[in-house]
Design a protein around this ligand. Sequence first.
Ligand code: AP5
Ligand code: ZN
Length: 207
Amino acid sequence: MRLILLGAPGAGKGTQATFIKEKYNIPQISTGDMLRAAVKAGTELGMAAKKVMDAGGLVSDDIIIGLVKERLTDADCANGYLFDGFPRTIPQADALKEAGVNLDYVLEIDVPDASIIERMSGRRVHPGSGRTYHVAFNPPKVAGLDDLTGEELIQRDDDKEDTVKKRLSVYHEQTEVLVGYYNQWAESGLPAAPQYRKIAGVGPVEA
Ligand code: AP5
Ligand code: ZN
């Protein structure tokens, strides 16, 4: 099973990915998580990426495509994977197509912008695993601590209101076109075309 989770920042891609990867026993490839790991490790890539991420912009296509191509050669990707936050631009989607990746599904999570600011401001993350909570909508068992490890939860640096607004506008400018891109491909009926599904991102997490 190879699929893409498409959706605005804060739409719930990471949250839904947790369920899907367990159901299909496939790895989650989150370019955001990969970049945050590089930031934490203090690599050259991480230091350059941090500036862009904190400003709400997109890291360059060349860097992202390189990271993903390398990740796909790992043994755990042999039977499929779930992309979360990739592709985010037309060149990234084209690179995936040119690499001959056979996608089964593109799932779009649809959430109105108004809910997004609320979600990001209450988001808390376990840095070690990427597990995500919300102080009101999806709280941990003990406030401020990860359910599985008991370690402290943090707020992401790019979840400040100004940065969130910038990330949303970048989504509308550069990523939303992929909705049409994958819809058209799905409707083309070509042999390699993925199926396209739009799911409502509002309502309970488990729905
Ligand atoms: P990335 O980490 O991908 O961030 P994003 O796309 O902005 O998405 P988020 O992680 O903010 O949201 P999500 O959809 O995963 O929502 P979540 O499940 O956490 O990227 C970060 C940055 O890295 C980018 O800005 C860019 O700079 C760079 N980058 C990454 N990939 C790139 C690429 N391919 N190209 C270039 N640059 C790239 O949920 C959000 C909150 O809502 C949580 O608190 C959650 O508990 C809550 N929630 C979830 N579902 C529900 C629900 N149904 N009801 C109520 N609350 C809910
Ligand atoms: Zn995420």
